[in-house]
Design a protein. Structure first.
Length: 307
């Protein structure tokens, strides 16, 4: 009799425990789903706030100029491609494609200069021991702490004395002299992550620093090179202050400077054409990023598998 009562009590207790466990799990599940729902609602709200300026710019490129300023509606009353026709026609006697070619020249040359000069400099700091290397490295890092506005006047005086104003040299010379400390530091950290056994094996085979760099290190630096190329292209393409400071001839203007020409404080401003030009200026940047994104992702994934 006692055993029967004990078994009954155990079964009842076990059933109660399972029921309480299901109720607890159910409550926890509801709380988890509620937290996920709140998180997704907040994420969507933040996404809408971030993307609204881009959506407004795209929609404004299809509006007449008098509907852009002061208009509350996001969607235009009637879609028109007149703004894009005006943008393609150019401004100030300069063709639209002239601005595109000028921007491409600066952007592509900046990528070439950064890849060539910064990779060689990074290899020297990461793999070659020479007197004063730590001091030079600290000085290079210190340049990253200087605001760009501090060196504007000295740089302009130097380039003016060298008769380089109204040329592309002030915008490109630093790229080929490894003046961008950010890219040098990025590549240094990447090279330091590569095993030194590769260098020693190349040295045993009789390779010097030049051969080791070009045949061993440089092929393994593709993720860092692609990352630097993407940033260098985007930064050069979007640069406004540098071309504004050194370029005087409208025939040498880049896309950011061309956008400024559509807004005139003393006469009529064409905001519709400016919005269309801004959309067209984004296309090469997006295409460049999409073309090299897979190499960047593949390089990072491959780097994570190394041991």
């Amino acid at each position: 009799m006692t055993n029967t009562i004990t078994q009954t009590e155990l079964i009842t207790t076990d059933s109660s425990s399972r029921r309480r466990g299901r109720e607890h799990a159910g409550g926890r599940g509801w709380r988890t789903r509620g937290s996920a729902a709140v998180f997704h609602v907040l994420a969507i709200a933040v996404l809408v706030v971030i993307l609204y300026p881009a959506a407004w710019m795209v929609m404004s490129s299809f509006k007449p100029g008098n509907e852009i300023i002061g208009s509350v509606s996001l969607v235009p009353e009637s879609f028109s491609l007149e703004n894009y026709a005006t943008a393609f026609a150019g401004i100030g006697g300069v063709s639209f494609w002239t601005f595109v070619v000028n921007s491409l020249i600066l952007a592509v040359a900046s990528v070439v200069g950064v890849v060539l000069s910064c990779s060689v400099t990074a290899y020297a700091f990461a793999r070659i021991r020479f007197r004063g290397s730590k001091v030079f490295f600290l000085c290079m890092i210190a340049t990253m702490l200087l605001p760009f506005h501090v060196v504007i006047i000295p740089q302009y005086i130097v380039f003016n004395q060298l008769d380089m104003i109204n040329t592309y040299w002030p915008l490109l010379l630093g790229k080929f002299l490894a003046a961008d400390a950010f890219f040098v530091f990025l590549m240094i950290q990447f090279i330091r992550g590569l095993p030194r056994d590769l260098d020693e094996a190349a040295r045993i085979d009789g390779a010097g620093h030049a051969r080791t760099f070009t045949a061993v290190i440089l092929p393994l630096m593709r993720p860092a090179l692609v990352t630097s190329s993407i940033f260098a292209f985007i930064w050069s393409w979007n640069d406004f202050f540098g071309p504004l400071l050194y370029l005087k001839d409208p025939g040498m203007y880049t896309m950011p400077l061309a956008l400024r020409l559509y807004v005139d404080q003393t006469s009529t401003s064409d905001y519709g054409a400016q919005m269309a030009m801004a959309i067209l200026a984004l296309v090469p940047v997006v295409l460049f990023f999409l073309a090299f994104q897979r190499y960047l992702v593949a390089g990072v994934a491959t780097e994570g598998l190394k041991g």
